[in-house]
Design a protein around this ligand. Structure first.
Ligand SMILES: Cc1cc2nc3c(=O)[nH]c(=O)nc-3n(C[C@H](O)[C@H](O)[C@H](O)COP(=O)(O)OP(=O)(O)OC[C@H]3O[C@@H](n4cnc5c(N)ncnc54)[C@H](O)[C@@H]3O)c2cc1C
Length: 498
């Protein structure tokens, strides 16, 4: 019977897991042990729509309070400087898994010019975040929006919330992990004290101190699909540049570079593979592209997942369970899922989860990680923008795994979401919208070209023009932030419900 839980780690995974457990099972004794000396990873700034939904809908944390404390900005999608087009936008809306009224085919067939397809993409093209109300204020949407947050500020917010909710937080380093037949028997901390609980949540980051090291769970590398293993990060204080309401992913010689806009800062990070470029050359290329960057930092990572993330009395959450590179900002989204399913397993079993529940949990996350791996792989397999050794190797050698079937279907039939339930794996978080966007955006050819009638083209361009006009008068990020920072701002908590 699980009455107490000990979370090892005070990064975003540790606090999100602890908060989810405490919110959903208030009777649980939840404690976090972390080490300020070891520190947190300090990166992880772009989210998917999962984070706002979980924070405000599932956990019920007030969005206004969150925006003010974390100084959040909004993300409508990712702008890819990728493939043969100057750019394409992958929004959180429905550009391609959608058919505008009166058109014969799904939108993708008309996307020779892939912009202004829906309102979010039009807003991105005009550097705007929200439509404008009649009284001049922003229509602050909740669906189809994600966040840009600085990792340190976010973790500090979660830490404070944990304390407010009665989670015990101790800053002490775990020096020894005690193991027995049930799994973990206790954590001996630097003072010599042994911390024990009925269940241990391993949120120790890439160290995977409990699942990987102490229990020896095998690690499955994703290297054959995802070559990158390092990032050099840096940024600069914002000047008079407008705040971009999207993450940029820009093709680089041996990887890609993100741009994430905060209110007072612009951060960039070059994600690369050390098989193709040295740290020094990556930093030099990063600085050439971003001359305003001040200090830089190199972050190492390993791509893959542990065979199981729930083993005996240990469940790993976050980087301790698995990691893929941040091209689709999936880290925090998976942590939200892991934390929620753990809380539900304990709730539904009255604190006594069966082996089959643990097996189901493991199966769900094995599939989720694998589907993310292969979705990311198509970003690299089809990017023809540069002809460097890195990109040539990506195009020639990358393992597409289960995504290969989706690509084949697209090549044969074009940008239709027709077979989403047959060609997509279960637990796929991107859907046909994601696949079609990446395949069409990168100009992957397909066999059956559509020949829309003049009337269809007129309708199509009319819709794009309407989206553009709406976006021209919309509200930018800085103006929207000023509006929501006013304490008189009212939130519709029900809109976030999941
Ligand atoms: C380059 C890069 C970019 C990323 N960008 C994004 C992004 O844009 N969006 C996104 O969603 N995700 C992103 N991620 C992933 C994201 O940063 C992480 O998934 C997320 O922050 C979770 O980290 P964590 O809590 O698992 O680990 P960490 O932040 O590393 O926390 C580990 C914790 O364990 C503690 N600990 C470890 N060992 C001990 C010990 N022996 N004793 C006591 N305490 C210990 C540490 O003190 C720390 O508190 C990125 C990751 C990388 C590498």
């Amino acid at each position: 019977m699980v009455r107490s839980v000990l979370v090892l780690g005070g990064g975003s995974a540790g606090y999100l897991a602890a908060l989810t457990l405490k919110m959903k099972l208030p009777q649980l004794d939840v404690a976090v042990v972390h080490s300020k000396e070891i520190g947190i990873i300090g990166v992880g700034e772009a989210t998917t729509v999962a984070l706002p939904k979980v924070l405000h809908g599932y956990l019920g944390f007030d969005p206004g309070d969150f925006y003010r404390r974390v100084e959040t900005t909004w993300k409508l999608g990712i702008r890819f400087l990728w493939g043969p087009r100057p750019y394409f936008d992958y929004t959180f809306g429905s550009q391609l898994d959608w058919k505008w009224a009166n058109l014969g085919k799904f939108n993708g067939y008309y996307c020779d010019d892939f912009s202004y397809v829906d309102l979010p993409s039009a807003l991105m093209s005009q550097n705007k975040a929200f439509a404008r109300r009649a009284d001049g204020g922003p229509v602050v949407g909740v669906n189809n929006y994600a966040y840009h947050i600085e990792n340190g500020k976010f973790v500090e917010y979660l830490h404070q919330k944990a304390l407010e909710l009665g989670v015990t937080v101790r800053d002490e380093e775990v020096a020894e992990v005690l193991v027995n037949d049930a799994g973990i028997a206790g954590l001996r901390v630097a003072s010599g004290a042994v911390r024990t609980a009925d269940l241990y949540v391993d949120c120790s980051g890439f160290r995977s101190a409990l699942l990987g090291k102490a229990l020896g769970e095998p690690f499955h590398s994703f290297k054959s699909s995802l070559f990158n293993d390092r990032a050099v990060t840096g940024g600069w204080a914002r000047g008079d540049e407008p705040v971009q309401p999207y993450t940029t992913a820009e093709t680089m010689d041996s990887g890609w570079c993100w741009r994430i806009d905060h209110l007072d800062r612009i951060n960039r990070g070059y994600v690369y593979s050390t098989d193709f470029i040295s740290d020094a050359d990556a930093e030099a290329e990063f600085r050439r592209k971003n001359p305003k960057v001040t200090g830089t930092r190199v972050v190492k990572f390993v791509t893959g997942r542990y065979a199981r993330s729930w083993v005996k009395n240990v469940i790993a959450v976050g980087n301790a369970a698995g990691f893929v590179e941040p091209l689709e900002s999936t880290g925090l989204a998976v942590i939200c899922d892991e934390s929620r399913l753990l809380a539900e397993a304990l709730a539904d079993s009255d604190g006594d989860p069966s082996p089959s529940m643990a097996a189901a949990y493991n199966d769900i996350f094995a599939r989720e990680w694998d589907s993310i791996r292969y979705f990311l792989a198509i970003h690299f397999k089809f990017n023809t923008r540069l002809d460097t050794p890195y990109w040539r190797a990506c195009r020639a050698d990358l393992d597409l795994g289960t995504a290969a079937g989706v690509v084949e279907f697209y090549r044969e039939n074009g940008p239709t979401p027709y077979a989403k339930t047959s060609v997509l794996g279960t637990n796929d978080i991107f859907g046909m919208e994601g696949y079609l966007c990446l395949l069409l955006g990168q100009g992957v050819p397909y066999r059956r070209r559509a020949e829309p009638s003049p009337r269809e083209w007129q309708l199509w361009h009319g819709i794009r023009a309407e989206n553009r006009v709406k976006a021209l008068t919309a509200v930018g990020v800085a103006e929207a932030y000023r509006a929501v920072s006013d304490p008189s701002w009212r939130w519709d908590a029900a809109a976030f419900r999941v």
